[in-house]
Design a protein around this ligand. Structure first.
Ligand code: G4P
Length: 284
């Protein structure tokens, strides 16, 4: 899939999201646990002003557990309610309802004080493309969900998914765009392969990744490729290609092909559970 980020699309999506905000109580924002900073668009803080907020650190099966815990604290300290999930495998999805309840506690208490009992919480799921919004909705809703159709008194055409007596989801997730202007964000998004941006070629990307992995996760590359971890990422690329006999017809090493295998291995979690960011990078 190729995404093009025309300003027109962005502002239209943003306007739509702002409209939809009027209908909901809580925003459930998915971020990728491998890049919990770069996959979070700060515009949502403005768009969702005044709403209760939940962050789901998704794809936690691919991320470093220690870093995930650190980011969980980082966002909790910023006032978010946070849950760690693996929407694909289902881990952590069961805890989300409790987290949503906790996020909406004040609102629910206010309702109760006014004698309003049993009004379902209304939520919107948001996140950048490929972060796992649809996978999460399917996993969270399971078979129990019912499309409730149009509601009298609310904007025509909005579909709601009733998950249980307590919660309804707006069925079209809000798509946010990453902050490409920030170069590190762009590179990290490209590395996890969420959006097909030609910011780096595969060779360059694999080298950057390996330099980072050797520094942060010593032993991971040696474990995966059975080569000693010595020298730079660039040297590692040649060594791994040599070891795997990844060559072109004339016998010359096929570094492009090897690089794309390495990048794919990283994206699929086959090198190990790796996170590309840590909270300290973003704490002034
Ligand atoms: P979106 O709606 O936000 O655009 O994302 P979507 O649910 O389509 O998920 C994008 C990809 O991420 C899918 O992979 C999906 O399986 C995967 N994914 C979502 N959540 C998780 C998770 O918690 N862990 C892991 N490991 N993967 C997750 P795909 O390759 O496009 O499809 P498929 O081959 O998995 O079906």
């Amino acid at each position: 899939m190729h995404y093009q980020w025309y300003p027109g699309h962005m502002s239209k999506a943003k306007r739509q999201m702002q409209e939809d905000m009027k209908l909901i109580d809580v925003v459930i924002e998915l971020v990728d646990a491998r890049i919990p900073y770069s996959s979070k668009n700060p515009d949502i803080d403005y768009i969702a002003k005044g709403k209760d907020r939940v962050i789901l650190l998704n794809k936690s099966d691919l991320a470093d557990d220690v870093a995930t815990t650190a980011f969980r604290r980082y966002y909790e300290e910023k006032g978010f309610h946070v849950c760690t999930v693996n929407s694909k495998g289902g881990n952590g999805v069961k805890n989300v309802m409790n987290t949503v309840r906790a996020a909406c506690k004040e609102k629910l208490e206010k309702d109760r004080a006014r004698g309003i009992i049993g009004r379902p919480i209304r939520a919107m799921i948001v996140g950048i493309p490929n972060v796992g919004k649809s996978t999460f909705i399917n996993s969270f809703a399971g078979k129990a969900c019912v499309k409730t159709g149009n509601k009298p008194g609310v904007t025509k055409g909005k579909q709601w998914i009733r998950l249980n007596k307590e919660l309804e989801l707006l069925d079209t997730p809000g798509i946010l765009w990453p902050k490409f202007e920030d170069q590190t964000v762009g590179i990290h998004i490209a590395m996890i392969g969420s959006i097909n941006e030609d910011l780096l070629d595969q060779v360059e990307m694999s080298i950057k990744l390996m330099d980072y992995i050797m520094q942060k996760y010593p032993g991971f590359l040696a474990g995966r490729y059975n080569v000693p971890e010595e020298g730079t990422g660039e040297e590692m690329l040649s060594k791994i290609a040599e070891k795997r006999a990844c060559k072109k017809k004339g016998g010359e090493l096929d570094l492009e092909k090897m690089a794309s295998f390495i990048v794919d291995d990283f994206r699929g979690g086959r090198i190990g559970k790796i996170t590309l960011e840590c909270p300290e990078d973003f704490t002034p």
